[in-house]
Design a protein. Structure first.
Ligand SMILES: Cc1cc2nc3c(=O)[nH]c(=O)nc-3n(C[C@H](O)[C@H](O)[C@H](O)COP(=O)(O)OP(=O)(O)OC[C@H]3O[C@@H](n4cnc5c(N)ncnc54)[C@H](O)[C@@H]3O)c2cc1C
Length: 396
């Protein structure tokens, strides 16, 4: 196949981070192509479903600074889109305050909030029960409410980013799969199942499918685990209580990580549906394409068991269940991969990679960082923890 077209930047993957990177690159003056194998706004990868948790607090202060930097970019996005995307319902973390999890660590996060001068309210199990109606919480449970947190409108964000990308001249190809990114000293060839393109810079934002492209360079790939996580939708009984987003931190059980979270009804949906999930990092898929779209019944049962014990305000039978592909680095402290592939492959400085983690909250910032790395070769933000380099040993 001969090279069809030349772009300044090609973005592989049109999920929220890819769309954000494409939009920001175009705003920076680049001629941009974004390619997605399933289509923009698809519900088959890491951004399926309706809502994500917005929180500023992080256990690691460098990542905390990133969320604080993301906040004004969300406001800018909301202004440009002419719609509210973050709904500030509050972010409630409670449970065993010393258990380390992929979400964070309650006690250390409280210290980080003190250091960053971010306000929160400390609560006992009793407070949490009295205020929001959680029942039978172990007495040693404690936690905090951070009032700026809440829920992100996922579909609204995707629609806003796709509109902004298109309005700023980004060429958008859907139902096209990139099969190889081959960098060299001057740029990279991007081969898809339709064509071969040439770009000065490439952003790989394929999330669960990132290693398909990276492993072609003769390296082992990023240490990413892909989990097909369950989501359970239940109906809330009308008790007039406005609840925050909540995350329950518990010691791992014999079978799973024993972590649960839930959203109150979405303010933008105007219904009485609550969404609960287990955050079980167990049973990683061999490959993202092995996903079935059906949650494991054992995980659904665990969520329903938790709800029956602690949430008398929801009807016990699920309205529906679904899944989402969670893509998590093996090292929970790292949280994300974000940086160039310099040192991993010849011409690696011409390729930027963003993959993994609970990254929806950082979408406008990660888009900007990807564009900065692609257009300028650097970013003002502290992303050293997330670099690709030393974790991907060469096979050669
Ligand atoms: C159950 C669950 C709960 C979560 N909760 C939160 C939360 O509360 N807060 C939070 O901040 N984050 C959360 N996350 C994480 C967040 O949803 C993801 O980090 C984010 O949606 C990922 O966006 P993305 O653009 O990186 O990837 P994706 O949305 O996965 O998009 C990747 C895109 O790349 C395309 N693609 C892949 N390979 C190719 C290829 N070879 N060629 C062309 N296209 C390709 C795919 O089709 C896809 O559209 C959660 C995730 C899950 C699964």
């Amino acid at each position: 196949m001969s090279v069809q077209s030349h772009y300044d930047v090609i973005v592989v993957g049109g999920g929220p981070i890819g769309l954000s990177a494409a939009w920001r690159s175009a705003v920076g003056g680049a001629r941009v192509l974004v390619i997605d194998r399933f289509g923009f706004l698809n519900d088959r990868c890491g951004s399926s479903g309706n809502e994500r948790h917005w929180r500023v607090q992080y256990t690691q202060t460098d990542i905390f600074r990133l969320t604080l930097s993301a906040a004004p970019l969300w406001r800018e996005l909301e202004q440009l889109a002419g719609r509210k995307l973050i709904h500030r319902l509050g972010s409630l973390w409670f449970g065993d305050i010393s258990v380390p999890t992929n979400e964070g660590h309650i006690a250390d996060t409280a210290k980080a909030m003190d250091e960053m001068e971010v306000c929160y309210e400390w609560l006992s199990a009793r407070d949490i029960g009295r205020r929001w109606g959680f029942t039978d919480l172990p007495r040693h449970f404690e936690g905090f409410l951070q009032p700026d947190g809440g829920a992100i409108d996922v579909r609204g964000t995707l629609a806003a980013l796709a509109t902004l990308a298109s309005r700023n001249g980004v060429t958008m190809h859907s139902d096209e799969r990139v099969v190889a990114v081959d960098p060299d000293a001057n740029g990279a060839h991007v081969r898809s199942d339709r064509a071969v393109y040439r770009a000065d810079k490439v952003v790989i934002a394929g999330n669960a499918h990132t290693n398909d492209l990276i492993q072609r360079w003769g390296v082992d790939g990023l240490d990413l685990n892909v989990y097909e996580m369950a989501l359970v939708t239940l109906r809330q009984r009308d008790d007039g209580v406005q609840r925050p987003f909540w995350f329950a931190f518990q010691q791992p059980s014999d079978t799973d990580t024993n972590l649960f979270y839930g959203f109150p009804p979405n303010p933008w949906a105007g219904d009485d549906l609550v969404r609960l999930g287990p955050d079980f990092e167990v049973g990683a898929l061999e490959h993202a394409d092995d996903a079935t779209g059906r949650p494991q019944q054992a995980h659904v049962d665990r969520v329903l068991g938790w709800a029956r014990t602690h949430m008398p305000w929801v009807a016990p039978d699920p309205v529906s269940t679904s899944t989402c592909l969670a893509v998590l680095p093996g090292d929970p402290d790292r949280q994300f991969y974000l940086g160039t592939a310099e040192g991993l492959v010849d011409g690696g400085s011409n390729v930027v990679v963003a993959a993994g983690g609970w990254a929806f909250k950082l979408v406008p910032l990660f888009g900007r960082i990807c564009a900065d790395l692609a257009l300028r070769g650097s970013t003002e933000h502290e992303i050293g923890r997330h670099a690709l380099t030393d974790l991907v040993p060469s096979r050669g």
